[in-house]
Design a protein around this ligand. Structure first.
Ligand code: RAM
Length: 542
């Protein structure tokens, strides 16, 4: 009985401990401020520019290229029955609502007509069969829509917001009368109200092209939150927010959107005070329960710091500092006596990300990132006189850096590797460098070794590539940083990118974190960062 009673008391204690909301008195105000800063979307009506054929080509990205095949007028003035399968090109990437008009021109329009529309951000998406489906995310992300027009004549707007440049239209239920399809348009939406200043004419044309595509990418992802991708996942992930807000600081400077996202994330954090890796703004379930991603929670504070430096908005930073500070518990929990992070334990308890790359061993990156996050939190605190609240950080990070050097630095090859696996990866070098663990000379050596050693684990996404460029810059390898940016993002431009992609490996056009390349997002937040690099470091890139 005694045992049972103490058991019940214990459960009750736990319940009340869990029942307490860490930010109880602040949440409503944070949500109010998030709403207050919601940008009004700007709409622009866009029209298609041409008809294209999508042809197989071994040199083209993913094996398909779009070739001009006529003007849109010819489609608008002929019977659609002759045009089934036509592919219309809007000439640029857009995010918005697609409308078309049907008009009868021979016979009595006494029956419905049915179409299948396939919208694609890149050519391969409209010609690759989606079924049998082998992707690992919902099939419904793919943008094929069946539309039945019950009444002809009439105009129809597809309710789903779409993200595309190309539209393939197939007639799958043909009526007996003749009709045309015309007046296609897209009401494109974005939060961006004023275009960013363009680069001086004297800048290298490839840098100008990269800059333009990067701006488009960021603009398309800036909706009522910073979305990761307007096609998929259409939600606010902290890792994406960090890079988008960096880009915005150097381009559109729409600080209201950053402010909104920071408050939204804080308002939707867990009762224990931890941030979700991502939140949805529109669903009832505002955040994915328990979707905690180790680095993303900690990047909140880093975002706040860079936002403060760019915007001087002290009120927001003071409001949200407690959230940034709380996230540091996550790191503290895993620091061992010797200054090493307990990777094995954390890896069981958290989603540790760093990149979408099969086989990436994350131990060294985890150690480096943890130091980086603590250092950034300390810098943020210093900016507005709160360093006494985190006064243990400098000695802590010193100890962690020392341990990293002692246990994870291979003096012979000059690179950082994990203790559990000696894999040499970009992620390990990059995060140790951003943490300030190696000297500048060692950092340069480690980055150069990535080009020379065999079996190096390369980045799978522009997300990790961003940090690689930053590491090159911070290590003083300026020419290498410029070349790497041109190679990587310029590589996408040369392969026809209108907006930059979620996943990109120069050696593998079909790389996909989701086992099916049409499911990738081809306008993705985390690949917009040339906007930031080119403008923050004009002496390197302009
Ligand atoms: C995917 C998206 C998103 C990213 C997460 C971790 O769902 O690409 O951008 O932040 O993964």
């Amino acid at each position: 009985m005694k045992k049972l009673l103490s058991g019940i008391v214990c459960v009750l204690c736990c319940l009340s401990a869990f029942g307490q909301d860490f930010y109880a008195d602040k949440r409503a105000e944070w949500m109010r401020k998030a709403e207050l800063n919601k940008p009004k979307l700007i709409s622009t009506v866009k029209k298609p520019i041409q008809i294209v054929k999508i042809e197989k080509s071994t040199d083209a990205y993913q094996g398909w290229k779009a070739v001009s095949a006529g003007n849109v007028e010819s489609l608008y003035t002929s019977s659609f029955k002759e045009n089934s399968g036509v592919i219309v090109d809007f000439g640029e990437h857009m995010t918005g609502y697609y409308t078309f008009t049907l008009s009868p021109f021979r016979g009595v329009p006494d029956a419905p007509a049915r179409f299948k529309f396939t919208f694609g951000e890149v050519p391969s998406e409209v010609v690759t069969p989606f079924d049998p489906y082998k992707g690992t995310l919902s099939r419904a992300w793919l943008q094929d829509e069946t539309v039945t027009a019950m009444v002809v004549p009439g105009s129809i707007t597809i309710p789903r917001r779409l993200s595309f440049r190309y539209v393939k239209i197939e007639l799958i239920g043909a009526p007996n009368y003749e009709f045309s399809m015309s007046d296609m348009s897209c009401e494109a939406v974005s939060a961006v109200s004023t275009p960013a200043e363009s680069l001086p004419e004297s800048v290298d044309p490839i840098i100008r092209d990269i800059d333009k595509v990067a701006h488009n990418t960021l603009k398309e992802c800036m909706q009522t939150v910073y979305e990761d991708g307007p096609k998929r996942d259409q939600r606010l992930w902290i890792g994406d927010l960090y890079l988008e807000s960096l880009g915005n600081n150097y381009s559109f400077k729409q600080f209201d959107l950053t402010r909104r996202c920071l408050y939204l994330l804080a308002g939707l954090s867990s009762e224990e005070g931890y941030l979700m890796g991502c939140v949805y703004e529109n669903l009832d379930l505002k955040s994915i329960q328990n979707l905690f991603l180790f680095e993303y929670g900690l990047l909140f504070g880093v975002t706040l710091k860079d936002y403060y430096l760019a915007s001087d908005d002290r009120e927001t930073v003071e409001d949200l500092w407690p959230v940034a500070k709380k996230q540091l518990d996550i790191v503290r929990k895993y620091i061992k006596e010797d200054g090493l992070m307990d990777f094995e334990r954390a890896n069981k308890e958290w989603w540790i990300f760093f990149d979408w790359k099969d086989g990436l061993y994350k131990e060294a990156a985890f150690q480096g990132f943890s130091i980086f996050a603590l250092n950034n939190a300390y810098e943020l605190a210093k900016l507005f006189g709160k360093e006494s609240e985190v006064s243990d950080i400098p000695s802590l990070t010193k100890k962690m850096a020392k341990a990293a050097k002692k246990y994870m630095y291979d003096k012979k090859t000059g690179v950082f590797v994990g203790m559990g696996d000696k894999q040499v990866s970009y992620a390990s070098q990059v995060w140790m460098i951003l943490a300030g663990v190696p000297t500048q000379k060692e950092a340069q050596q480690a980055l150069k070794a990535l080009q020379e050693l065999p079996d190096v684990c390369r980045p799978g996404t522009p997300y990790l590539y961003h940090y690689y460029i930053q590491a090159l810059i911070d290590s003083g390898l300026k020419a290498e940083a410029k070349n790497a940016l041109i190679d990587f993002w310029g590589g996408m431009v040369k392969k026809g990118a209108d907006t930059f992609w979620e996943a990109y490996d120069p050696f593998d056009d079909y790389i996909s974190p989701y086992n099916f390349h049409p499911l990738n997002s081809y306008c993705h937040a985390w690949s917009c960062t040339p906007v930031y690099f080119i403008r923050k470091y004009p002496e390197i890139f302009q």
